[in-house]
Design a protein around this ligand. Sequence first.
Ligand code: UD1
Length: 339
Amino acid sequence: MFINRVALVGVVGRYYTYMLYFKILVGFTGINESSSDTECLRRVQEITGKKLKFHQVDILKKEELDTIFETFLTNHFYLIFILQYDIDCVMHFAALKAVGESVQLPLLYYKNNVSGSINLFEVMNKHNVKKLLYSSSATVYGTPQKLPLTENHPTGLGCTNPYGKSKYFVEEILKDLVTSDKSWSVISLRYFNPVGAHESGLIGEDPQGVPNNLMPYIAQVAVGRRPDLKVYGNDYDTPDGTGVRDYIHIQDLAVGHLDAAKKLLSPSFSGFKAYNLGTGSGLSVLQLVKAFEEASGRKIPYEIVGRREGDIAYCYSDASLAKRELGWEAKKGLKEMCE
Ligand code: UD1
């Protein structure tokens, strides 16, 4: 099945650009909203050699969002594009995601991630676009009660920060929405720890300021931008004492979206369904450091410091549901993640 009418909301910046890149490769077209980082889009165009059509709006400005849907659905200026640009489903990536910042600025996080999502769903409702792929997170599982994490693990319990809660709240809103209106269908993709970059080096994660997440921090140490990595604790109940996570290459993540979109658009799909996007196995901080050293040929100096508040020992997925039902599984290994 060829999908060519997907609206991407919130694709600029971070690894979401990768989705756009993939989407173009397979012939998708897209809109996006809200970002100052149009450099990512320029790079996507450079890699793919394709001209992109995108709109920059704030997801909190509902009227502007509405106008874009209106334009894609009715404007004659776009007549020749209507078949391509008409929207069958929306991939919703637009969210703030820094855990620490969310603790400092909860209202900002709830406004953007929850109110912004409601805006989008209302506009979708109005235009009768009722198929949604939601960018969720393993953070909705809170502190794992049982590992590996399956999709039926309880959610919401032990979500300790506003970012995590906002992802959980939106999932709950979506469940209520599909219950109230059977013509809505939603797939929520729960990402584990996305890492890696496009082989051109043009697309990847390059946060401004001090990175919060492990992989971009290691990358900055490797290029000498930071003197060493602070490893947050080596006294966890794990093989080497450091935290274990399920790292997934962004390219696998992107392919997971395409497979999920096919499922979402198949006539038999209805309701709300969540899928884990992970590899199904965990790696420790020190294992990742070692792999990065091998891939880059550079030493990554590190220092063991105290635990980071809110961290847990283990978090990894059972990714078998996505394999069974979406025909998807992660293919890229540790080496590619570190390249
Ligand atoms: C974090 C978020 C999660 C989000 C995910 C991917 C929290 C509690 N969770 O997960 O919601 O979906 O990022 O964006 O923040 N580490 C170090 N030194 C560092 C940075 C990290 O030792 O400088 C360790 C951490 O203690 C952890 C591992 O590396 O054991 C991974 O950390 P990180 O990349 O921040 O991801 P998570 O905390 O798993």
